[in-house]
Design a protein around this ligand. Sequence first.
Ligand SMILES: Cc1cc2nc3c(=O)[nH]c(=O)nc-3n(C[C@H](O)[C@H](O)[C@H](O)COP(=O)(O)O)c2cc1C
Length: 328
Amino acid sequence: MRIMLAPMEGVVDHTMRTMLTAVGGLDRCVTEFVRVTTAKLPARTFYRYCPELHNNGLTPSGVPVYLQLLGGQPEPMAINAARAAALGAPGIDINFGCPAKQVNRSDGGSVLLKEPDRVYAIIDAVRTAVPDNIPVTAKIRLGFEDRSLLGDVCQAVFAANAGELTIHARTKQDGYKPPAYWSAIQAISANSPIPVIANGEIWSVEDYRQCIKQSGCADIMLGRGILACPDLAKQITAAQKQQANTAMDWLMVVELLAQFCIVTEAAYQRRYVGNRVKQWLGYLRRQYPLAEVLFDDVKRLKWPEEIATAIEVHKQSQQTSRLKQRVG
Ligand SMILES: Cc1cc2nc3c(=O)[nH]c(=O)nc-3n(C[C@H](O)[C@H](O)[C@H](O)COP(=O)(O)O)c2cc1C
């Protein structure tokens, strides 16, 4: 059983990968997508999306980060994949799932699921251009408007010799609306020559159990669920091994947020730190009611030191109220 961290544009950048892989339980990450049109992209683009290339393609905790490419033309995709591999990317992941109108209009993401032949041509070109020891993987949805081409798309992925296939168990039409249709993956995973990774709507250990049961997959990918519950991969691993595990309490998450502030300030201009912390709190609210309280405390703050102070004050007030509860 392996657990992957989902690619999430604008959310899961290298700072988030650093935080979440430090918590543990994750086997692999993917960068945000590098948009490929016709140009051969400069090396600095790859380093920007994947600073982990300076560390053999690994997060500080040693988890590999695959470079994600998005584009509809085989040749430029192949040229840029080869460049990413030469820079040390431990794997190349190709995005066939992005639902964004802007991306689909410019010939990339889920719109390609309408054309299994192009899915084949893109993966085949990338696979041929990249050294054999570097895996090339694909991430798809169940389809664009409907699931009618799912079998053909998967056959294209297999025929082009992709190493693994991740399926987000919804069509582009379904967007991000629950549920995810895990059982729709079952026929694919049962007959697949390569590992199939199930993705979509896994928010808890119980969701994980249902997902592997219904999809027939051993491996999963976590997106919003692990942002809401940073130790979800650890909890799932422990449950799978039937080991005891204590879930992270809110104070541990607050500590993580304080570190996130520091890591983010080192990576971005100061004015962006607040938004990134607020964005993560937005996801954490789903799992931790106190995230709402902290969100209210920081929502009008902008600068890293103000945010860091608000986090510290919140932490101390929570510690005090816990102490009072124990004494009382
Ligand atoms: C904000 C956001 C950005 C995303 N960016 C990407 C992306 O760059 N590439 C991709 O293949 N999927 C992307 N996805 C889809 C996720 O990888 C994942 O398939 C989806 O969120 C379902 O998993 P979840 O229910 O665990 O979140 C994105 C999803 C969200 C919510």
